[in-house]
Design a protein around this ligand. Structure first.
Ligand code: DX5
Ligand code: ZN
Length: 233
C-alpha cells in the first residue's frame, strides 16, 4: 500500500487522441472536453524511437485551434530537444520526453523548462524508477508507460504497478504521476490504488460507442478507488 496517495494529488483524466477518429477529430475532442476531460494527451511518434508513425506539429496546431484543453504532448521520438519548441509554438502546454531517448535527461529538462511549459519525463516498462529519481524534483510530470509505447489498444502490464508505487512515494503534491497504456475501467482502480493521479486513456474512451460516457465512468472508477485507498490509509 502506497502512502503517496495521501498527498491527494487530484485525479485527472487525459483522453489520448491517438485512438480518436482523425477524420472528425475536432468533434471528438469537443465531446470529451464537454464531458470534463482534464487534459488532452497527444502522442507523437517518429517511426524510430517507436516502430510507428502518428502525427506532428501541424496536427497539434490544428487541435489547439479547436480546444481550450491543456495539450499534453507525449514525444515518442529520438530527438525531443530538437522538436520541442515547434510543438510549444503550435500550442502544447506540456511536453513529455522519453528518458531512454536521450543521453542527458537533466539537460533536456532544463531546455524544456526554458520553453515555459510543464515538463514531463516518461519511462518505458523496462526502465526502473531509480533512473528518474535522480532528478525527479526537476520535472512536473512523470509518465509511467504500462504498455510498450507505439500503439494504442494494448494490454496493461501489471508488473509496472510496483514502479507506480515507488514513484508515488517520491513525488510532491504538485507533480503529476501519469499512467499511459491499457488504462480502462478495470485497470484504472489499480493504478489509482498504486498512487497514480493522471490517467491517459485512448481506446477505453475513443474506442467506446459514447466517448463522453466512457470518460465519466472512468473518472468515477478512479475516484472510487481513490476514496477506498484513503479509507485504508
Ligand atoms: C501508446 C500511447 C498511448 C496510447 C494509449 O504508445 O502513448 O497514449 O494512445 O492507448 P490505450 O489507452 O488504448 O492503451
Ligand atoms: Zn501516450
Amino acid at each position: 500500500m502506497s502512502s503517496g496517495m495521501t498527498t491527494a494529488r487530484p485525479i485527472r483524466i487525459a483522453p489520448s487522441v491517438l485512438e480518436a477518429d482523425f477524420g472528425r477529430l475536432a468533434e471528438q475532442i469537443a465531446q470529451v472536453e464537454a464531458a470534463g476531460a482534464d487534459l488532452l494527451h497527444v502522442d507523437v511518434m517518429d517511426g524510430h524511437f517507436v516502430p510507428n508513425l502518428s502525427l506532428g506539429v501541424p496536427v497539434v496546431a490544428g487541435i489547439a485551434r479547436h480546444t481550450d484543453l491543456f495539450l499534453d504532448v507525449h514525444l515518442m521520438i529520438t530527438d525531443p530537444g530538437k522538436y520541442a519548441r515547434a510543438f510549444v509554438d503550435a500550442g502544447a502546454d506540456g511536453i513529455t520526453f522519453h528518458i531512454e531517448a536521450v543521453e542527458q535527461p537533466r539537460e533536456v529538462v532544463k531546455q524544456l523548462r526554458g520553453l515555459g511549459v510543464k515538463v514531463g519525463v516518461s519511462l518505458n516498462p523496462s526502465t526502473p524508477a531509480e533512473d528518474v529519481l535522480e532528478f525527479v524534483e526537476m520535472v512536473d510530470i512523470v509518465l509511467v508507460m504500462t504498455v510498450w509505447p507505439g500503439f494504442g489498444g494494448q494490454r496493461f502490464m501489471d508488473d509496472c504497478l510496483t514502479k507506480i508505487e515507488v514513484l508515488a512515494e517520491q513525488l510532491g503534491a504538485a507533480q503529476w504521476l501519469q499512467v499511459d497504456g491499457g488504462v480502462n475501467i478495470e485497470t484504472a482502480p489499480r493504478v489509482v490504488a498504486a498512487g497514480a493521479d493522471t490517467l491517459v486513456a485512448g481506446s477505453a474512451i475513443f474506442g467506446a460507442e459514447d466517448p463522453a460516457a466512457a470518460l465519466v465512468l472512468l473518472r468515477k472508477a478512479a475516484l472510487e478507488a481513490r476514496a477506498q485507498a484513503e479509507q485504508r490509509a
